[in-house]
Ligand binder design. Structure first.
Ligand code: SF4
Ligand code: SF4
Length: 190
């Protein structure tokens, strides 16, 4: 009897590196993920398109994409996916794979990601007003007026907190994040 062949395609590696990643094979290409993504306008491929590219084995194109770097981990796509695919976690996997492959070359998107992570590290949660303002001032200054008009509308409806709020016991989260960073640094050295 012939031993089963061990496959190690790009798709297999993405699946293996993501908790629940095996569900990716059930993607229907319905597009709900892209339709619910707040960062979609800045992404060069929608999450749906990126998953089709992973299935097609387009490793270079996927790892060069700015899409995972614009992901702000809001989980809107994950909660709406009819197939329960862990889309947000796949974005983390792709960022990690891109870093390992030396494809961390999206300064705009990386800045956006860093700003988001900065708020989470300091406050334990995102701060939409600060994130949008910093990002657009830096990269799309011509859109700041449009953003301001939209922000006033959201403020009126009480949908946009003006000041960042911290979660309780932020010190505990910061200790966990510091430990995670130390572990990740060791992994990279190994
Ligand atoms: S919502 Fe889910 S099933 Fe639909 S395209 Fe996105 S990942 Fe695929
Ligand atoms: S988790 Fe990322 S990919 Fe999904 S909707 Fe939010 S920003 Fe878009």
């Amino acid at each position: 009897m012939t031993a089963p062949q061990h496959r190690n395609t790009f798709f297999d590696r993405v699946v293996a590196a993501t908790p629940g990643g095996e569900l990716l094979s059930r993607c229907l290409q319905c597009g709900s993920c892209g339709g619910s993504c707040p960062s979609g306008a800045d992404m060069d491929h929608t999450p749906r398109a990126l998953f089709a590219m992973i299935s097609a084995g387009l490793e270079d194109e996927v790892l060069s994409s700015n899409t995972p770097w614009y992901c702000v981990s809001c989980y809107a796509c994950t909660t709406r996916c009819p197939q329960n695919i862990p889309i947000t976690d796949i974005m983390y996997t792709l960022k990690e794979m891109a870093i390992r492959a030396g494809r961390y070359d999206h300064p705009h998107a990386a800045k956006f990601s860093e700003t988001f992570i900065g708020f989470v590290e300091q406050r334990g949660r995102s701060f939409e007003a600060g994130l949008a303002t910093r990002y657009h001032l830096f990269h799309h200054p011509q859109q700041v007026i449009k953003l301001g008009i939209m922000g006033v509308g959201m403020l009126r409806r009480n949908r946009l907190p003006l000041r960042p709020k911290s979660i309780r016991q932020i010190d505990q989260l910061q200790a966990i994040l510091a430990e995670a960073k130390a572990l990740a640094a060791k992994e990279v050295e190994a």
